[in-house]
Design a protein around this ligand. Structure first.
Ligand code: 4AD
Ligand code: MG
Length: 480
């Protein structure tokens, strides 16, 4: 009977009064042949188990080693020792699984680095840092659903395998069952995808947006929350080849409504984590502060992690246009002193992450919503503004992260959309179904995509995106 166990988090909330309980978990440490720190993943706090001297056989005690799994029954009493409120006085200890402490790959006393822990990601959940990160990640995911559900949005599962390139950026992983050697060829010598599994060329989705738009033009408000894939060869601390994205799409919605929703959404999920994961966030704040002690003073964060999150909750995001942002960057001392790696050449340039981070971290010191970008640097589906130069795009930039949200009002006018697709060589015949929504009851609509891992990074203060997803997929890396 395993369901008789009490989780350590619940146990630690009790007032100790000789209650009989059974706990199960993994050994964090065993001191003086007597004190076991047991963790079961429900919290970073361990339950201290006291195995009274003489009560247990030596061959059981020998097997209480780091990361061995145990079932322990006993009674809870007020702790005599400092540092914990209760002890579990063991009456029985059962070893569920042995662990050879010498061979166990994580030796906490050696202070393993985050880089090393990525190599043993199958066990890194058993550390305090990753315990906290993944419990916070869970809460954020849960709060995403809660936020949209409470607003009456319908959760859509958009396809993972598609035949279209939603972003038109060509960064797709192909999906095929054709043989590498001797694939079927057409008369002109190219590969004949008609013989492939789906009878056409298919890939993993880069975004669920286009299908999301189809649903929004029936349900009004929808959102997706699923994995997306990008074969961009970006080896940075902000890019994954497989990441999770949340994409709400709203009919009867313009760019301003869209920005309002995005800001409300981001604040809501941060607040949810603050209210439900306080202990883990405080642990992560301390971790970050310790890590930053190694940096020179001017490289350290001005605010603690908790202060930063509170600041974001309590202040409006700064809103400005791309054009205004370019002026700020051009006039900045940073630019005049040629401190940008990519010089600010002027209107029309794509912003590099150093420019985005300058705006949020140095200039405004808060999240920024940038709108109305040049149409040349944005996707085909964005609504064209009357100036003929810009589109109704918005990016949200966050301190320490850069771009966290990308979105736009969509082009709902058939003629304008078709003309833009032609200019950008987007195959209109393959997207006939997308264009149909503009033919039958088209409406102004808008939406955005939040990169979930970047959001988890922002809330947990983890520097590298590889440390907020369980098993990261990045260039040349797909272990586990
Ligand atoms: O700006 P992006 O490319 O926008 C879209 O995909 C739109 N279809 C969204 C929409 O309007 N429905 O991506 C959205 C967000 C980015 O702002 C970023 O946070 C995240 O997805 N993102 C990545 N996160 C991790 N690794 C990558 N390689 C990412 N690429 C984008
Ligand atoms: Mg973007």
């Amino acid at each position: 009977m395993f369901n008789k166990r009490i989780k350590v988090k619940e146990l630690l909330a009790l007032e100790p009064n000789n209650q009989e309980v059974t706990v199960m978990g993994w050994v964090r440490s065993f001191r003086n042949n007597q004190f076991i720190a047991l963790n079961d993943g429900s919290t970073n706090n361990n339950i201290q188990i006291v195995a009274e001297l003489g009560r247990f056989d030596e061959d059981i005690l020998k097997r209480i080693t780091t990361s061995a799994s145990l079932k322990v029954s006993g009674v809870i009493v007020s702790s005599l020792g400092k540092g914990q409120k209760m002890d579990l006085k063991a009456t029985s200890i059962e070893i569920l699984g042995d662990s050879d402490a010498e061979k166990y790959p994580i030796q906490l006393r050696n202070r393993p680095t985050l880089e090393y822990l990525r190599e043993v990601a199958h066990f890194r959940f058993r550390t305090n840092t990753f315990g906290a990160v993944f419990r916070v990640r869970h809460s954020l995911a849960f709060s995403v659903h809660k936020f949209f559900n409470d607003k009456g949005f319908v959760y859509m599962h958009t396809p993972i395998i598609t035949a279209s390139d939603a972003e038109g950026a060509g960064e797709m992983f192909r999906v095929t069952t054709l043989p590498f050697e001797n694939p079927p060829k057409t008369e002109d010598g190219s590969i004949n995808f008609k013989e492939d599994f789906f009878g056409r060329n298919t890939n993993l989705t880069v975004s669920g947006q286009l299908e999301g738009e189809l649903a929004a033009t029936a349900f009004g408000d929808i959102y997706t929350f699923g994995p997306t894939f990008r074969a961009e060869n970006s080896n940075t601390a902000r890019h994954l080849a497989e990441f999770w994205m949340i994409e709400p799409e709203m009919a009867f919605c313009d760019l301003e409504d869209n920005a309002n929703l995005a800001e409300e959404f981001i604040k809501y999920i941060i607040k949810y984590a603050m209210d439900n994961n306080r202990e883990d966030l405080e642990f992560l704040a301390q971790r970050l502060a310790d890590e930053e002690k190694q940096l020179p003073q001017d490289k350290r964060s001005e605010m603690s992690l908790i202060e930063k999150l509170e600041f974001v909750l309590n202040n409006n995001f700064e809103r400005l246009t791309y054009t205004e942002a370019i002026d700020i960057l051009k006039e900045s001392n940073h630019n005049k002193k040629k401190k940008f790696q990519y010089p600010v050449t002027g209107w029309g340039m794509d912003l590099q992450s150093e420019h985005e981070r300058y705006l949020v971290e140095k200039h405004f010191k808060k999240p920024v919503i940038l709108t109305n970008y040049p149409k040349e640097i944005k996707a085909f589906y964005m609504r064209q503004n009357d100036d003929g130069k810009t589109v109704a795009a918005m990016d949200i930039l966050a301190p320490g992260i850069g771009e966290i949200v990308g979105g736009s009002q969509r082009e709902e006018r058939l003629d304008k959309l078709e003309q833009r697709m032609k200019e950008m060589n987007v195959p209109a015949d393959q997207l006939w179904w997308y264009l149909d929504t503009r033919r039958f009851g088209t409406v102004p609509h808008a939406g955005f995509g939040l990169g979930f891992e970047r959001m988890v990074q922002f809330v947990t203060g983890m520097n590298n995106i590889r440390d907020v997803i369980a098993f990261p997929r990045t260039p040349k890396s797909a272990e586990f």
